[in-house]
Structures are given as structure tokens and as C-alpha cells.
Design a protein around this ligand. Structure first.
Ligand code: SAM
Length: 333
């Protein structure tokens, strides 16, 4: 007699008994019929509608539903996000469409940032590997490295440091995925970079990115608590995007952020525990002409009250207003 196959519910019951978690199903109510969505643009539009309908939060490398949907479409098709427009009206195969629709469903069902779903994010046009061991990179410092230390400085308002070519030692405190350390290598071609994080998990991801860019000779990774990791070394430039979310913010993090390591966010009661330590100790780690570039989120007023005499220069970016400050070494001495 042929062996009886177990019914689906019997299989689920035996998995439960064995302690196995039932596999999550990402087949959300997906009413798309074959042939309804033909082009990249069709699929992007569909993703936008689904994301808005579901109330998905965007803060992980994309800041709106259009960019998020375009990112998913492009990643699935192995295209750089900048190539979306070029291929917007090209048709996809049914196999490709199925993969894109599955990712859209998964993004909504799990609330995981898309960057984790595809293990990649772009910063300043460059790809970085990411997984849940590190926060998804989105620091405003990436843009500021271009706008205030290199590129077309006359148009952007001048460099914060006399000659970026003279910067030979950079410290990236709280490096996470290593993205800022790697971008710093681009902005400062004559520099070596020390990159510090307290999390061995984050450093493992950073090591992978540093290797992907072939920068092992220029970027050194250190595990430790802020400056403790680098002894009495001094730097021409310190860049840092430390954890800076206050207690209230930590209690209200969107579901997407709960997939990220909380150590990357938690800045204590007013969010500035680490920022204060960095400000207090930076002078002992800067060369006389150096400076500190530090992202602090929305804590500008609190920091201003705590350090009324420090001439912090607040810098804006395309998507931020006064969330990063610059202070030269001479003002910290
Ligand atoms: C906001 S994330 C920034 C990561 C990366 N620089 C970026 O911009 O994407 C902050 C990082 O600081 C690290 N961190 C937290 N506390 C630290 C400490 N006391 N010393 C060094 N790193 C710390 C976390 O592990 C996390 O990777």
C-alpha cells in the first residue's frame, strides 16, 4: 500500500510538538494577476501603493515610498538605483515580477528595512553590505564629507579644513558597517582611517565592507568604548555618528527600527550620553588644525544648553537641518 502523505495540518502540529517555529508566510493578499504589471514602472507604482496603504515607515536609506519601491525593483533586477529611469518602461519577465512582488509582500509583512531583505544599501551612490548586526547606514555625514571637504567646494561654501589633501589620519568613532570610514577614504586620498565600534558584530560587517573595497591597508578596525580603543592617538579629523536617541524616542521606535541593534540608537535619557563624552574627550585626540564632525539628531538645543560657550557650527544637508555640528580643535582646547 502506498505510504500516506501527512495532511498540512498534521505537519504543522508535528512541527509545533517538535518545537519548530512555523515558517512565516509572506503571501499577503496579493491580487496581482499575470500580465497586469508589465514594466519596472508598473511594479514600482504597485509597490508605492502597497507601502502607503500599509503605513510602512521609510528611514533606512530611502526616505519615501517611491525610492523604496524603486530600490526593491532595481535590486531584484541587479540594477543600480540610478538606472531605474533608463529602464522604467522595460518589461520584466514573469519570474522577475514574482520575485519583486514577493519582496514587496515581505517588506510589508515583516516591516524589515528593505536593506536587510537584500543585504545591501547605497550611500552616496556606493553599495555597502548590511545585515541585522548593524544599523542601516543613513548618516548625514556622508553628504557633508562631499559638500564640506571635497568636490566643488566653491559652490558648496568652502572646506572646513584648509586642505583635505593634508588630512592623513581620520578617526571614525562608532563605525557600524564602516560606511563612513570607507567614504572618508574617498574624500581624503592621503589618509588612513581608524574605525572604532563597541560591537564585535558590527565590526564583522565593517570588515566585510572594508575588504569589498580593498581598503584593508587604509582602514583599521578597533573594538572598544569610544576613545578607549585608540589609546592616545591623535587625528586630523574625527567623524562620528554615535547613538543619540533619547529615552522617549527609544520607547517609540517604529517597527522597522526594532530590527536594528538597539545599541546603535540608545543615547541615554536625553540622548546625549555618548555625545557629551565625545565632546569632552575629543581635544585629547585631535591635532592642532583638526576638527570634530558629529551627528546628534534633534538634540541641538539640549547640547547648546549644556555647552553654552562652545562655538558649535551647525551644518545642514538636503534632508536635515542642524543635526550635525563641526568644531575645530582650537575651540575645544
Ligand atoms: C548610529 S550607529 C552609526 C553607525 C555608522 N557610523 C553609520 O553611520 O551608519 C552607532 C554605532 O555606535 C556603536 N556604539 C554604541 N556605543 C558605542 C561605544 N560606547 N563605543 C563605540 N561604539 C559604540 C554601535 O554599535 C553602532 O554601530
Amino acid at each position: 500500500m502506498a505510504k500516506k502523505t501527512k495532511s498540512v495540518s498534521a505537519k504543522k502540529a508535528s512541527a509545533k510538538r517538535a518545537g519548530a517555529k512555523p515558517k512565516p508566510s509572506f503571501k499577503a493578499a496579493n491580487p496581482v494577476k499575470p500580465g497586469e504589471l508589465l514594466t519596472l514602472l508598473d511594479l514600482m507604482r504597485y509597490g508605492v501603493s502597497r507601502f502607503v496603504e500599509a503605513g510602512v515607515v521609510f528611514a533606512h536609506g530611502t526616505t519615501d515610498p517611491v525610492a523604496e519601491a524603486a530600490f526593491i525593483v532595481c535590486e531584484t533586477l541587479h540594477l543600480h538605483p540610478d538606472q531605474f529611469e533608463m529602464f522604467a518602461n522595460a518589461r520584466v519577465t514573469s519570474h522577475e515580477a514574482a520575485k519583486i512582488l514577493a519582496l514587496i509582500d515581505k517588506r510589508i509583512a515583516t516591516r524589515k528595512p528593505s536593506a536587510y531583505l537584500v543585504n545591501k544599501i547605497y550611500m552616496r551612490g556606493l553599495p555597502f553590505y548590511v545585515d541585522e548586526r548593524v544599523i542601516v547606514p543613513r548618516s548625514f555625514i556622508g553628504e557633508l564629507l562631499d559638500s564640506h571637504f571635497g568636490g566643488d567646494l566653491e559652490e558648496e561654501g568652502g572646506s572646513l579644513i584648509d586642505d583635505p589633501g593634508n588630512i592623513t589620519r581620520v578617526l571614525d568613532l562608532c563605525t557600524g558597517s564602516g560606511c563612513l570610514a570607507i567614504l572618508a577614504c574617498q574624500s581624503f586620498p592621503n589618509a588612513t582611517v581608524d574605525a572604532v565600534d563597541i560591537s564585535p558584530d558590527a565590526l564583522a560587517v565593517a570588515a566585510r565592507n572594508v575588504a569589498d573595497y580593498g581598503l584593508e591597508d587604509r582602514v583599521s578596525l578597533y573594538q572598544g568604548n569610544l576613545f578607549d580603543a585608540v589609546g592616545d592617538a591623535r587625528y586630523d579629523l574625527i567623524i562620528t555618528n554615535p547613538p543619540y536617541v533619547d529615552a522617549e524616542g527609544m520607547a517609540g521606535l517604529p517597527r522597522e527600527c526594532l530590527h536594528e541593534p538597539s545599541i546603535a540608537f540608545d543615547g541615554g535619557d536625553d540622548g546625549l550620553d555618548l555625545v557629551r563624552k565625545i565632546l569632552d574627550e575629543a581635544k585629547d585626540h585631535l591635532t592642532p588644525d583638526g576638527g570634530l564632525l558629529c551627528e546628534i539628531g534633534r538634540g541641538r538645543d539640549v547640547l547648546g544648553d549644556a555647552y553654552p560657550n562652545l562655538p558649535l557650527l551647525w551644518l545642514d544637508t538636503e534632508d536635515s537641518d542642524g543635526e550635525v555640528f563641526w568644531i575645530p580643535a582650537e575651540a575645544l582646547a
